[in-house]
Design a protein around this ligand. Structure first.
Ligand SMILES: Nc1nc2c(ncn2[C@@H]2O[C@H](COP(=O)(O)OP(=O)(O)OP(=O)(O)O)[C@@H](O)[C@H]2O)c(=O)[nH]1
Length: 607
């Protein structure tokens, strides 16, 4: 068996979003005949429907491939895909921990971007061998020589034999496979030592229980073995071991160096944690593997079933989802308006969106999500400090001594010409300029300290449009700073709707309130009575409007002539209906809870 280890290669692909990782992974799968051509769907590794629809990679996936190299030997590759979006960098570090090498994919037209750097530094920190690939050389705007130089200058990697590839056209793939054989080291590890395997992912399967994705560092594991999860202390008997190729294929055993899965009729989801170490129950390893850095959620939002009876189902679904989404956090909360639900912590808005959609699709739930909020550190006049993740729980202004809010250090990489636009955007978002560094002759890193609450909403979209798509963003949580913040309550028909409360900087309070009251007026359907919509700070109303009573023929008048538009409206209403919550006498659609998210840059610019 020892001899066999020499022919194993474990690697990941890291890149900035959209530089072509998933396409490259597809080509590698094709070239290694892992998938028969007729079975080849585009982006096979992205196996969640959601990923395919959105064209982004969210979950890491591991596949085993067989490659017959030019040296005459058959190699076993384990490829672990990684996501490129800034929300998901914790997934990247998890997959890297299971590898000896990383393929660095850089777009031949775009060059090195912020997330390229963030991801490749994670790989370098883990001492992985990096294999640079310049992708999309088929594009007319490709400039591989410039990009190679960038990789050398900015990252410090030797690119003299970097692979020039087009994942789309299948160019350069064989050269890449040969480099993986030559450059990525074979896994080390002792077969005779007690089992030591890192759990880097897990999913719940109704028939098999928890399926653990593991990377074995030492020892061997086979069906019938008694295993222990070192951190949780729980023990199980192994039912099945195997690899994904890319569908599960049972094996007699897995050994040091292998990447595969273990099932052991594990029903108790709470006992399995990604990052834990699997060992033998009878002959345990002396110490566990380092595991992962715990990820702190950045944003919180309330998730409520539209049907209150589904609260238990939602809890179960969240528990199952957490299994392969270690960064998801949740705890029960209740709202006067929405009933019983959960306050959930997410890494960012994309993560939040993905979780909501997975809950709805995979678990058949209809949900209302409240607007996301960051965590505030609030000290009160009676000398206490508390963490507020839900705006409606912000104490009364008279009881507050000070409020601290999280700030991030944001690095925006942008071509020279757009520096002005980026600075303007950051200033409007209460950013404090730190410095500007030249990356090369054309681009700079603009570094700002910005409140996280200003970043999480639509900062990225605004950044992209202000720079015609050229800017890339990376940010990390820095510290908490004091800010002049106020809670704004929304009243519908005179009743406070706790789930609509939000927190704003005092200087934006009036304009944001006007904005939101106006949006709610458009979003909330008319009823047969007039509904006042008000925004208040404490007892003081700072903005108001009315939703007029419903009159017959309203849509007929407005949309009478245009059939398609009317159909669209009806479709929209149908979809919206499902996600409507009756609060008092007023029906509030899901959109209303998110109205606070859409800030209007022009409005803010005037402040
Ligand atoms: N012209 C050209 N387009 C490519 C090539 N490789 C990928 N693309 C396109 O680039 C886009 C992004 O490719 P993906 O493979 O989805 O990118 P990714 O890096 O996996 O993105 P995430 O998984 O979301 O991080 C897709 O539209 C691909 O068709 C290439 O070699 N040439």
């Amino acid at each position: 068996m020892k001899e066999h280890q020499k022919y194993i290669r474990n690697f990941s692909i890291v890149a900035h979003i959209d530089h072509g990782k998933s396409t490259l992974a597809d080509r590698i799968l094709e070239m290694t005949d892992t998938v028969a051509k007729r079975d080849m769907k585009n982006q096979l590794l992205d196996n969640m429907d959601l990923e395919r629809e959105r064209g982004i990679t969210i979950k890491l996936n591991a596949v085993e491939l067989n490659y017959h190299a030019k040296d005459g030997h058959d190699y076993e590759f384990h490829l672990i895909d990684t996501p490129g979006h800034v929300d998901f960098s914790y997934e990247v570090s998890r997959s890297l921990a299971a590898c000896e090498g990383a393929i660095l994919v850089v777009d031949a037209a775009q060059g090195v971007e912020a997330q390229t750097l963030a991801n490749v530094y994670l790989a370098i920190d883990d001492d992985l061998e990096i294999v640079p690939v310049v992708n999309k050389i088929d594009l007319p705007s490709a400039d591989p020589d410039r990009v190679k130089k960038e990789i050398e200058d900015i990252i410090g990697l030797d690119t003299s034999d970097a692979v020039l590839a087009s994942a789309k056209k299948g160019i350069g793939i064989e050269k890449l496979l040969e480099q993986i054989v030559r450059k990525v080291p074979a896994p080390q590890g002792n077969l005779d030592d007690p089992l030591k395997a890192l759990v880097f992912d897990s999913i719940y399967d109704d028939y098999r229980g928890v399926v653990l994705s593991v990377r074995l560092y030492d020892g061997v594991v086979k069906p019938g073995d008694k295993i222990r999860l070192m951190n949780s202390g729980s023990e199980y008997e192994v039912n099945e071991v195997g690899v994904n190729s890319p569908h599960p294929v049972q094996r007699e055993y897995l050994m040091a160096g292998d990447v595969g899965y273990i099932t052991a009729s594990i029903k108790d989801i709470a006992q399995t944690r990604v990052g834990d170490t699997v060992t033998n129950a009878d002959n345990p390893a002396a110490e566990s593997l380092p595991g992962y850095r715990e990820m702190e959620p950045m944003v919180y939002s309330g998730l409520y079933p539209t049907d209150n009876a589904k609260f238990g189902d939602l809890r179960e679904a969240l528990e199952k989802l957490k299994l392969n989404d270690a960064a998801l956090e949740f705890e029960p909360e209740s709202s006067q308006a929405l009933g019983f639900g959960f306050r959930c912590g997410f890494l960012g808005l994309l993560h939040m969106d993905v979780v909501q959609e997975r809950l709805e699709r995979e678990f058949n739930l209809d949900l209302i999500t409240t607007a996301p909020s960051v965590t505030y550190h609030v000290s009160t006049t009676d000398g206490e400090t508390k963490l507020v993740e839900n705006p409606s729980e912000m104490p009364d202004a008279s009881e507050i001594k000070q409020v601290l809010e999280p700030y991030v250090k944001a690095t925006v990489m942008v071509p020279n010409d757009y520096v002005g636009a980026v600075m303007e955007l950051c200033q409007h978002r209460r950013g404090q300029f730190e410095t500007m560094e030249y990356v090369d002759d054309y681009r700079v890193n603009v570094i700002y300290h910005i409140p996280l609450s200003e970043i999480i909403f639509d900062f990225f979209d605004n950044l992209k449009s202000a720079t015609r798509g050229y800017a890339s963003l990376d940010y990390e949580l820095e510290d908490y700073k004091q800010s002049d913040l106020v809670k704004i309550d929304i009243l519908l028909n005179g009743e406070k709707v706790d789930a609509l409360s939000f927190i704003s900087h005092r200087s934006f309070a009036a304009s944001r309130s006007r904005d939101i009251v106006g949006k709610l007026k458009n979003i909330i359907p008319r009823q047969n009575f007039e509904i006042p919509v008000q925004a208040a700070v404490g007892a003081k109303i700072i903005a108001r409007t009315n939703i007029k009573a419903y009159r017959k023929d309203v849509t007929a008048k407005l949309y009478g002539g245009d059939r398609t538009r009317r159909m669209k409206l009806l479709e929209k209403q149908k979809a919206g209906k499902k996600r409507m919550k009756a609060v008092g006498k007023v029906d509030i659609p899901q959109e209303a809870f998110m109205a606070v998210l859409q800030t209007d840059e022009d409005e803010k610019g005037k402040n």
